[in-house]
Design a protein around this ligand. Structure first.
Ligand code: ZN
Length: 260
């Protein structure tokens, strides 16, 4: 079983009637339900309002893939939890960023770029084209599919060049956007997937649900989690694999921690 956790900010579900009507149990619950329909995935949920945002170290230790949806309250996510999630990704946990999570602290941390884009909220038709045929995340999808109402996100999208671009979106207003991007960060697989504005029923769409299931399968780790991802041990002369003689001037003492 792949253990997935769907993290939802859960703010607009409480404050906006349209969002509440569309996702009465929260977007995170809808996404988890889509994942649980797959026999090999066991999805649970966590929200911003939970203690430690529902992402304690113990919980992350037992999570294979974390999905992240946030929009209005990126700044309310504690830096300590963001650092913990980043360590988990570097250690091998999969991470899937959904829609407005492009501005989530965790995404910006892992990308190292501003992650900004252009946008318009006008209920436009979005047409997603598969740009990586045969990619596991596109498995079972037609060569393109449409969402009748979505928010527009347009290029330029200020992210690093991805490993692979799995989808490109076209919008009625003419913009295009790289809407499915894969990255490797440390030992962790990272997938950004664009659709999912909270006022539209995007996460009920069968093709979108297929992408989420495929994404979780693709992002799952294939090895045990690496611990101590920040360790930088000093390998002393006497422990070198081949005999060497120490020479030249020296700044550090044998075995010392070094600078950070
Ligand atoms: Zn949005």
């Amino acid at each position: 079983m792949i253990r997935a956790v769907v993290w939802g900010e859960n703010v607009h579900e409480q404050t906006n009637q349209t969002v509440r009507d569309t996702y009465p149990d929260g977007m995170h619950a809808c996404i988890a339900e889509a994942l649980n329909a797959a026999r090999d995935i066991e999805a649970t949920t966590a929200t911003l309002q939970d203690p430690e945002h529902g992402l304690s170290q113990a919980r992350l230790d037992e999570t294979d893939v974390l999905l992240w949806w946030g929009h209005a309250a990126h700044g309310d996510v504690s830096d300590e939890v963001v650092a913990r999630v980043a360590d988990a990704v570097w250690g091998g946990m999969g991470l899937i960023l959904l829609h407005s999570a492009h501005f989530a602290k965790i995404f910006k941390t892992l990308m190292g770029t501003p992650c900004n884009l252009t946008w318009r909220e006008a209920g436009e038709r979005e047409r997603l084209w598969v740009t990586a045929r045969g990619h596991p995340i596109a498995k079972g999808l037609p060569d393109h599919f449409e969402l009748e109402n979505e928010e527009m996100y347009g290029e330029p999208f200020a992210v690093p060049e991805p490993l692979e671009t799995v989808f490109i979106s076209w919008f009625q207003g003419g913009e295009v956007f790289r809407s499915g991007l894969t990255y490797r960060r440390g030992a962790g697989n990272v997938f950004y997937f664009r659709p999912g504005h909270e006022t539209y029923p995007t996460y009920y769409d069968e093709n979108v649900r297929k992408v989420l299931v495929n994404g979780v399968r693709w992002a799952q780790p294939d090895a045990p989690r690496l611990k101590e991802v920040h360790e930088a041990p000093n390998r002393t002369v006497d422990t070198a694999l081949e005999p060497i003689e120490e020479r030249g001037p020296k700044l550090h003492a044998d075995g010392e921690k070094g600078f950070r």
